[in-house]
Design a protein around this ligand. Structure first.
Ligand SMILES: [Zn+2]
Length: 147
């Protein structure tokens, strides 16, 4: 069974010539993977000989190359999703960073998160507003420890 490589949102998946050819001195001609950040996911309009519809991430340069070589109807393009860091802040009074995190989790987060469930959003960055000292509290680690 053939499996397709999923689109890589962090690096263009096109292969480009490495700059060596029959007339360069030294080096061997080969294809190397493009190192640019992708901007689009190109998806084949028609299935290939294997019956599968392939898609890959491309940077603007490689997209232009694909359009030049295959024309505008070979692939459809969708924008690569951008990456965001979402931060949420609240002021709280507590005896220590772990208790501050637990109080906030208990009050505002769903029970599995407040319980420090594995792989839940239970890691808190707690900053002492007086000293500026920042502590990272992972409720999964703190769970079961006395604080
Ligand atoms: Zn590229």
């Amino acid at each position: 069974m053939t499996t397709l490589t999923p689109p890589d949102h962090s690096r263009c998946q096109a292969e480009r010539p490495n700059g060596y050819n029959a007339f360069t001195l030294g080096g061997r001609p080969a294809m190397v993977r493009c190192s640019n950040k992708p901007t689009v996911i190109a998806t084949e309009a028609q299935p290939g000989p294997d019956g599968l519809i392939g898609s890959m991430s491309l940077c603007e340069e490689c997209k232009a190359e694909l359009l030049k070589d295959y024309g505008p109807v070979y692939c459809g393009f969708t924008e690569v999703q951008r990456s965001y860091l979402v931060t949420w802040e609240i002021n709280v009074e507590a005896d220590n960073p772990t208790m501050a995190s637990q109080d906030v989790a208990d009050a505002y987060f769903q029970p599995p998160i407040a319980a420090g469930g594995p792989d839940s959003a239970c890691v808190f960055k707690v900053t002492d507003t007086k000293t500026g000292e920042t502590t990272i509290i992972d409720l999964e680690v703190a769970r079961g420890q006395a604080f």
